[in-house]
Design a protein around this ligand. Structure first.
Ligand code: C5P
Length: 219
């Protein structure tokens, strides 16, 4: 059995996509299976943590022993995270949060009209959940993710700085999306650590070890 590296720690994890309404039957979303976030939630639970998994819509069952809070939009995810973040020791933002929501979403189904003009959607930015939690005074230790399609190192280091988080995990979208394996690259103030290509279960366990080694001791 694994040592209980996160015994007594409270952890909030986001996973999956968010889903932003256009009208009652149409949404805008991101491609995310939720597999990486759920694997990390399972690994954190195995390591003895008390885990809240704030999940956008996925096809996955709730991991055993984890409290799952189901959300749809980025606004819902933001509210659910902020409700628990202050009391958490660790926040791991894995979700593929939509960058925008539809500001002029319709309460009724949009209908095709005679001229067949498509609707003019207006977008407004969503809150950056990770950046906001990272700024909380006495907030949790924060881990961010960056799924990139190219120039992973450059984008990930820049993102770590911009979000103000001590640890950022990069992966190549094309290596990881939807599948059961992933290759993590860890970026912190000491530099870069590349993990091998692993099953998401094993990658999650390695990440939890790496986090536990960096997490400040409880006061
Ligand atoms: O800004 P970008 O989406 O590239 O950053 C990715 C990281 O930020 C991920 O950890 C993601 O979960 C988090 N994020 C967030 N809220 C947003 C956008 C991204 O928490 N609105």
């Amino acid at each position: 059995t694994q040592p209980k590296l996160l015994a007594g720690r409270r952890v909030v994890i986001t996973a999956g996509p968010t889903s932003e309404k256009i009208d009652p039957v149409r949404v805008i979303t991101n491609r995310s299976s939720g597999k990486t976030g759920y694997a990390i939630a399972r690994a954190a639970h195995e390591a003895g943590a008390q885990v809240v998994l704030v999940s956008g819509p996925t096809a996955l069952p709730a991991p055993h022993g984890v409290r799952r809070v189901d959300v749809e939009s980025a606004a819902d995810m933001h509210a659910a995270v902020m409700a628990g973040a202050r009391d958490a020791d660790l926040f791991i933002a894995v979700a593929a949060v939509a960058d925008w929501h539809v500001a002029n979403a319709s309460g009724n189904k949009l209908k095709k009209n005679a001229s067949n003009q498509p609707p003019a959607l207006q977008f407004a930015p969503n809150p950056d959940i990770l950046a906001e939690v990272a700024r909380l005074p006495d907030g949790p230790w924060c881990v961010g993710f960056a799924a990139e399609t190219e120039n992973l190192h450059e984008h990930a280091q820049a993102k770590r700085q911009r979000k103000g988080v001590p640890l950022l995990v990069g992966n190549l979208a094309q290596d990881s999306m939807g599948g059961d394996t992933t290759t993590f690259v860890l970026f912190d103030d000491q530099g870069i650590e590349e993990l091998p290509k692993l099953s998401k279960t094993d990658a999650a366990r390695r990440l939890i070890k790496a986090i536990a080694a960096r997490l400040p001791r409880k006061a």
